[in-house]
Design a protein around this ligand. Structure first.
Ligand code: TRP
Length: 327
């Protein structure tokens, strides 16, 4: 089975875009690959946060991922800081990555723009991400389009390390989902639904109560063309509703479009479909929230499984570099 690895930052709660664009695929992939999913809490430290916030957000995200259907018996779900090999290999890869390479990363440029203080960690972030991936002999990394550059860098760094020190790392590939799984903001359908959106009305949270989901869809921005076609350029709002309704009911947006002539019914059906999609997740979420000990056990199991793989790969890298072994 191919080895799959992906990471998700514990910043802000999950929304419909995360579910349809990423997490749902992870849940399906559990049985088709040997999958590792990591809550990357150390990456979250690259930007300032209140003391204690990262731990509670990590727990909340892990709880939500379990509620969405990641099953510790079928995948390895763990917290990055629980597996110390990530920082060890992260340092080694900082020393394998060029300053100039890191300076070209668009995520760094975007995140540092206009900030009066930027941590060194924000700059070296992609080297830690490369360590995350390479520690697991990963074949495939399911990520959004915005992460493609980081995966390319990971490949370059792995190849450089291998040619410098001998065959050590598996060269991973990005697996970017094809368009359609991209959920746009309900208020600004030209931009991706995102944690950093300005309005709450444009984002559907996974624990939004049904009334609020329905209301957000009723108020979704459409257009004045008065026809229902799947054409994301000409009709971004309507097409977003079609692709959400399609994704929630496992149909192609074009075939959903054929069933509607008016916006009102499309909005209310999309809202209802999302309520149904979220219903089992919300009930699981309530159960896991009432049993944090079960979440802790799942994460400990995940960390143990992850560490057994990561320790071997780190040891291989250290041996190939020729660090003096501790005896
Ligand atoms: N940088 C990724 C993001 O911002 C998160 C991430 C960290 C990640 N390590 C990873 C994604 C390893 C894939 C693989 O979304």
């Amino acid at each position: 089975m191919p080895r799959v690895f992906s990471g998700i930052q514990p910043t802000g709660s999950l929304h419909l875009g995360n579910l349809l664009g990423a997490v749902r695929n992870w849940v399906h992939e559990q049985d088709q690959a040997d999958s590792f999913y990591c809550v990357v809490d150390l990456h979250a430290l690259t930007v300032p946060a209140a003391p204690g916030a990262v731990g509670s957000q990590t727990l909340e995200l892990a709880t939500t991922l379990l509620a969405c259907g990641l099953d510790p018996a079928r995948c390895t779900l763990f917290v990055q800081s629980h597996v110390p090999q990530h920082t060890s290999l992260g340092w080694i890869l900082q020393c394998t990555t060029g300053f100039g390479e890191l300076r070209r990363m668009t995520q760094f440029k975007e995140k540092s723009l206009g900030q009066d203080s930027v941590s060194a960690g924000l700059f070296t972030y992609p080297a830690l991400q490369a360590a995350d991936i390479l520690l697991y002999d990963t074949d495939s990394v399911p990520v959004g389009e915005d992460q493609r550059q980081h995966i390319e860098l990971t490949r370059d760094v792995a190849e450089r390390f291998n040619s410098r020190y001998g065959e050590t790392f598996v060269i991973p590939q990005a697996a970017v989902p094809t368009a359609g799984a991209r959920v746009m903001d309900l208020q600004e359908p030209d931009r991706k639904m995102s944690k950093s959106s300005s309005t709450d009305a444009g984002i559907v949270g996974l624990d939004d109560p049904p009334e609020s989901v329905v209301k957000k869809f009723k108020r979704a921005v459409t257009d004045s063309l008065g026809e229902v076609r799947y054409d994301p350029d000409a009709q971004p709002g309507v097409s977003n509703l079609l692709s959400i309704l399609g994704a929630a009911t496992n149909r192609a947006p074009e075939s959903v479009a054929a069933e509607y002539t008016m916006y009102g019914p499309l909005k209310s059906d999309a809202g209802e479909a999302v309520v149904e999609l979220l219903r089992p997740i919300q009930s699981q979420l309530a159960e896991f929230r009432s049993d944090p000990a079960a979440v802790a056990v799942a994460l400990r199991t995940g960390a143990d499984k992850a560490e057994s793989v990561a320790a071997e790969v780190l040891e291989r890298a250290e041996r190939h570099i020729g660090l003096l072994p501790r005896r």
